[in-house]
Design a protein around this ligand. Structure first.
Ligand code: ZN
Length: 357
């Protein structure tokens, strides 16, 4: 197994850099071959139920993975990703990336995120006994800063734009201050989120749904799901890869715009977890959409709030960003892109930040 550049094809060892010398993001290649038949899935093993699937040995755990898949209204199954230890699917990536950090001998991890990824990395670092430094915008919500600080991590509040926050974190990584446990750049983070696909397939007795609809910012779940389903198909564990639909927030919807689905309406600040203007893996996301016959669309603040209320009425208390996928599914059905009789899986991605938008 090694790292390979998604642009120029240069390769690096698995404990190599977080990005290519050409500046492009890295992927993984030559992942372990899956056995001919899937193993039994047990709740106790959780995320680590299929050792060949996750290319890192478990070094740290909080009991993550194998989240419930339950029936919702109208031909939808919800995967309850908000039940992860730190409250979001980001634990899939954090458990794998922090395990890798331990294996490569890091004693300090760095990440830039004021949201679920920052909390997940900080929490798993605490569990593993590693120092963590999390870079956040100066105007990050105090509740989020307190949550990250509560793990014992050092929080660095950076003035300026979101890009300035990332720049400050990368400068610290370049000074050798720690391993960059980035949800956007580190390809092993996607190897962790790929377990979403493994669990969906296993919980449906290896019959995949017609489509999966996810919120879409940097694409950490969207791309992980795509890579996971592709691996399962290559191994013969499933016959097809579902159509993948990514749902963005209006006003900050670069992938929807690239697909010709931009809606020139007000910025959706309710879905604050997916407001990513320049996703690192933009081209990979578009390739995954095209390969699966999916799409990306954007939903408004009003649509997100109404979907959030409908979920609450079903007893599902999640963060507003999670509701974008439900709002997006409704629009896809209105446009007859998704038929009423089709089987759909929607991950409810997180429960943090439910108190406000
Ligand atoms: Zn390159």
């Amino acid at each position: 197994m090694q790292r390979v550049c998604t642009d120029c094809g240069r390769t690096y060892p698995i404990d190599g850099p977080w990005r290519c010398s050409c500046g492009s993001p890295l992927a993984l290649e030559a992942l372990p071959t899956l056995p001919a038949t899937p193993p039994e899935f047990g709740r106790d093993a959780g995320l680590w139920a299929c050792p060949a699937f996750v290319p890192v040995d478990r070094q740290v755990t909080l009991g993550e993975g194998l989240t419930p898949l339950i029936d919702g209204d109208s031909s939808v199954q919800y995967k309850l990703e908000h039940l992860f230890p730190t409250g979001s699917f980001k634990d899939r990536g954090a458990a794998v990336v922090v395990s890798h950090a331990i294996q490569r001998g890091a004693d300090r991890v760095l990440e830039d995120s004021s949201g679920n990824a920052g909390l997940a990395i900080a929490t798993y670092a605490a569990r593993a006994g590693l120092d963590a430094e999390i870079f956040v915008p100066a105007d990050a919500k105090p509740s989020k800063v307190r949550a990250i600080e509560g793990t014992g991590a050092t929080v660095r509040q950076i003035e300026g734009s979101r890009a300035d926050v990332t720049g400050a974190c990368i400068a610290a990584v370049d000074r050798g201050e720690g391993y960059y446990a980035s949800h956007a750049w580190e390809p092993l983070f996607l190897a962790g989120t790929a377990t979403f696909a493994l669990e969906v397939a296993a919980q449906r007795d290896w019959k995949v749904p017609d489509a999966v609809v996810t919120p879409l910012g940097h694409g950490t779940l969207f791309l992980g799901a795509y890579q996971g389903f592709e691996r399962l198909r290559a191994a013969g564990w499933i016959d097809d890869v579902p159509r993948l639909y990514g749902i963005q927030a209006t006003g900050v919807a670069p992938i929807a715009a690239a697909r010709g689905n931009d809606r020139e309406v007000a910025r959706n600040d309710v879905a604050d977890g997916i407001q990513i203007a320049e996703p690192v893996r933009r081209r990979e996301i578009i390739d995954a959409i095209e390969a699966t016959g999916g799409d990306a669309i954007a939903v408004t603040a009003g649509e997100t709030e109404r979907a959030h209320e409908r979920l609450r009425a079903e007893g599902l208390v999640v963060e507003p960003t999670s509701a974008t996928a439900v709002a997006g599914l409704e629009r896809l059905r209105e446009r007859c892109v998704v038929d009423d009789g089709e089987e759909i899986v929607v991950p409810l991605t997180g429960r943090n930040g439910t108190e406000s938008s």
